[in-house]
Design a protein. Structure first.
Length: 176
């Protein structure tokens, strides 16, 4: 990630000192409560069927996304994995609104769902592509594909339902 105060010929994005400090503060932010016996990351992993290591990586990507939100002058859309982190963080209202938005980001960041339909799908696809492009410019790397899939795959899986694993067996469908 470029952290220059002046434009660097050949680079696509330079951060101001203030933006670089904001990113450091976001990275240092502890989303897990050290006093909790069941951490945010453990809950995230369990609810999504992820490993703890994948959940940790998803939280890191969520923090990057929230930083991009602070930089962008246009709407952005997260990957599904990042969106799952965001949804769960929103449930931890004090952590999200008071600590993260209030103290770290110093701004309110609202989550807006789609209204559905083809026009909305096109809009969110466009925003998702803009998010990935900005990610590459700011972090000088391609986002990890297991967390940031191609746009065609980002919105492909849309039939989700909350299911109790204590009551139901889940058997993955074979794809031909």
């Amino acid at each position: 990630m470029k952290q220059n105060n002046s434009a660097d010929p050949g680079s696509s994005f330079s951060l101001t000192a203030e933006q670089a400090q904001l990113y450091q503060n976001i990275k240092k932010y502890k989303i897990d409560d050290a006093t909790a016996s069941y951490s945010f990351t453990e809950r995230l992993a369990k609810e999504n069927g992820w490993t703890i290591l994948f959940a940790i990586r998803a939280v890191e990507e969520y923090k990057k996304f929230m930083f991009l939100i602070c930089l962008a002058d246009h709407p952005l859309t997260p990957s599904d994995q990042v969106d799952q982190v965001w949804h769960l963080h929103l449930l931890y209202t004090r952590s999200y609104w008071e600590e993260f938005c209030g103290e770290i980001l110093a701004r309110k960041v609202h989550h807006g769902p789609t209204k559905g339909g083809e026009q909305e799908a096109a809009k969110f696809n466009d925003w998702y592509q803009k998010t990935k492009t900005l990610y590459e410019q700011v972090f000088q790397q391609v986002p990890p594909m297991d967390i940031w899939p191609q746009p065609a795959n980002r919105f492909k899986r849309t039939h989700f339902q909350r299911v109790s694993l204590d009551e139901y067996w889940i058997i993955k469908k074979i794809k031909f």
